[in-house]
Ligand binder design. Sequence first.
Ligand SMILES: Cc1cc2nc3c(=O)[nH]c(=O)nc-3n(C[C@H](O)[C@H](O)[C@H](O)COP(=O)(O)O)c2cc1C
Length: 350
Amino acid sequence: MIKTKLMDMLGIKYPIIQAGMGPYSTTKLAAAVANAGGLGIISGVGMGVCKLLGGQKFMDYDPKKSPGQNMREAIQYVKEATQKSGGIFGINVPVAVEFRGVSEELIQAAIEEREKDSELVKRMKVIITSAGNPEPHVESIKESGALHFHVCPSPYHAKKAEKAGADLVIASGHEGGGHVAHDPVHSMVLIPEVVKTVKVPVVAAGGICDGAGLAAALALGAVGVQMGTRFIATKESDFLDYYKQYTMNIRDVRDTIVARGVFGKIRYLKTDATVELFEMEKRGHPDVEVANFELKSIQAIHFGDPKKAAFFGGEVAGRFSDLPTVEELMDRVVNEAEEIIRDKLPKLVV
Ligand SMILES: Cc1cc2nc3c(=O)[nH]c(=O)nc-3n(C[C@H](O)[C@H](O)[C@H](O)COP(=O)(O)O)c2cc1C
């Protein structure tokens, strides 16, 4: 049986974190992952974008509801849906400067919800920040008693997060879906270097979808993995069916593209829209035009035409084509990793 520090810290069965995947909802997915023994994560970004857009509708979120209200409702949903299993979960909030006021509101709402409910104190254990400087949020998270994890794209950022007080860092390599750093560092180099740089435990992310990925991450010194793209294509995930299907249909690991994103670059699955987004920047279109096209294409996922939609997704989409339940996926990843570590690797040492 694999046993790591991440599992001890959180009291979870598997060393697997489901990535926050705003702007989409991962509320149902978080419940399924927590029920199956991993760390389920509620995504905060989408909840706040209506406010950022001055009250316009965004994705499925009701612009009449505040970001804080959306967060409270999601937390209550996951709490109820994981009551029987006692599953462990948390939230993910990007803390980019562009999002500052909203991220404060989301984190504050989560802290308040947790403080008034002993069940949440036991089970909503983690607040994950990403895409920015976590420092302004550390004090309130620490005071609340929740653990604080921060997602980092480089050893430099990992060190800063550790100095600010993060309990754990998630090192996310450039092959990952969603926001990526301007300076590309890929998981194979990033993870051992972050492990060497910080004293706090490190979770590996970016390009992981199976047991070989988990075994490799542990070999590189990580205490677990965070997976994003792989969890999109699971039966319980909140993602639209044709988004899941599009992800599963990617056959080539080259079929992603890095283009403009609100808080920096984003890795998208290749579609006509995301290739055009990339080309617009290259042709030198004014930033506001590119930003409008990006937003329109992200919203377009609701119109059902994959050509017009900007799906976030990582290179690893080219490595799977099935739609397991969350439990099947997590059992499989851990069983494969155990087999590799216990049976296959020792045979290589003669
Ligand atoms: C659809 C999608 C949305 C994402 N949104 C967020 C987010 O809101 N916050 C965050 O910290 N990371 C986000 N990420 C990045 C993940 O946290 C994670 O680092 C990445 O998915 C890992 O790489 P993988 O996609 O190869 O598993 C997103 C990733 C995807 C695929």
